[in-house]
Design a protein around this ligand. Structure first.
Ligand code: ADP
Ligand code: MG
Length: 385
């Protein structure tokens, strides 16, 4: 029985997104393919999502007029950027359906709140301490060293983190981070990293993408591989169950990514969550029959959720701005050669200028077998140089 809150919002309606980055762009493109109109709120004139959306409201996230305009245009709103102020989401929620809720996003924005949520859900995370005061710093247990000091808020792609071996290094690191609220985590021996994306509807239906195995370079996701046996089945099942309980514990509506560590002893430990589609889920565009962006549309529009089915082994390669330079000189990557490779799917975000470390696009490689996907990925890497 559909209530006002769970009535489907059908194609022809307008879906809005806070944030105009690449995640917003792929959301917009997917929503449009399904017959929706779209609106993006982002103050950047050339934001990747704003450039392709029917409507682009060029204001900051907390601009009352911008938010009012978004509410006027849209039938439902989502977010693509995890640091959208929760207050903006709460404001919009007074007049239209917003997913995920400001309360869930607020937890994901704060590592201390996030870790407390993991503990509440009974999902193991790294041993940690919250450091907000000099007294808390002095009281840190030696067992947390060596560790990683992370700012509680606004960290991403390895930014806002310092690795510390001794108490003296810890004190210096907290100074370097301007003594803002932090979390100190024990450094764990990682065998590998993986993530799981779940999508949950307003009525509580939940589906998941297969477990993704992730490789980071310099704190930035570099490669995601998804195929059977890629993560041992025991940990894969644990990760899916843990991701679902984290989402259910938040009464989450929308697409949620949960990142995990698999330790050398086989133990699965949750790392962090992202309240939106995730870079490690981009392979879903070409290797699954439902992408993470379609799930985002379905969740916010109260459409049925179907369990995605993987039809190809896949490897995603992130395309960072570094590929646009060779020895400091600007170049264009050889897309023609890349597109000659079987199963190579190019996704570029339309960003105006390439900078080292900037996410410019990704390459999804699909194949009948993991071996074939690996072979193609090696060729692609050689071409990209
Ligand atoms: P970000 O928000 O920047 O993605 P993460 O907390 O995910 O920050 O940390 C970035 C990377 O640093 C992780 O993907 C992992 O490789 C490494 N890392 C983070 N925490 C730990 C830890 N407790 N032990 C070992 N490695 C870690
Ligand atoms: Mg991370």
């Amino acid at each position: 029985q559909a209530t006002k809150d769970t009535a489907p919002i059908l194609p022809g309606a307008t879906l809005g997104v806070l944030g105009g980055g690449q995640l917003g762009r792929m959301f917009v493109q997917t929503a449009q393919a399904m017959g929706y109109f779209t609106a993006v709120l982002d103050k950047d004139e050339t934001s990747p999502a704003g450039l392709v959306s029917h409507h682009h409201i060029r204001t900051g996230y907390e601009d009352p007029q911008g938010l009012a305009e978004l509410a006027r245009l849209c039938d439902a709103v989502t977010t693509e950027f995890e640091n959208v102020p929760a207050g903006a989401l709460n404001q919009l929620a007074t007049s239209l359906p917003v997913s995920p809720a400001g309360s869930a996003v607020a937890i994901a924005q704060d590592r201390a709140a996030e870790k407390a949520h993991f503990v509440k859900c009974g999902v193991p995370c790294a041993p940690y301490a919250v450091i907000e005061t000099a007294a808390q710093l002095a009281a840190v247990n030696d067992a947390l060293l060596p560790g990683i000091l992370k700012t509680a808020r606004m960290g991403y792609d390895g930014k806002g983190q310092i690795r510390v071996k001794t108490r003296a290094e810890l004190v210096a690191a907290w100074d370097e981070l301007k003594q803002v609220a932090c979390v100190l985590e024990k450094m764990l021996p990682l065998a590998h990293e993986c993530s799981v994306i779940v999508a949950r509807s307003r009525s509580g239906d939940i589906v998941n993408l297969p477990v993704q195995r992730n490789l980071h370079r310099d704190g930035i996701l570099a490669v995601t591989e998804v195929f059977a046996g890629n993560v041992p089945p025991v940990q894969a099942e644990q990760a899916i169950a843990a991701a679902k309980s984290v989402a259910i514990g938040l009464d989450y509506v929308g697409v949620l990514c949960v990142e995990f560590f698999v330790l050398e002893n086989g133990q699965l430990v949750v790392n962090e969550i992202a309240p939106r589609p995730h870079n490690s889920g981009h392979y879903s565009q070409n290797a699954l029959d439902v992408s993470q962006f379609e799930l985002q549309v379905r969740c916010m529009a109260n459409l049925p959720l179907v369990q995605p089915r993987q039809h190809s082994a896949t490897i995603m390669l992130n395309l960072l701005g570094d590929l646009w330079f060779s020895g400091g000189v600007a170049k264009t990557p050889a897309w023609d050669e890349i597109l000659q490779l079987p199963g190579a799917h190019l996704h570029l975000y339309g960003k105006v200028d390439a900078k080292p470390g900037r996410k410019m696009g990704h390459l999804n490689i699909t194949a009948a077998t993991p071996e074939k996907a690996r072979e193609t990925a090696l060729k692609a890497t050689a071409i990209l140089g």
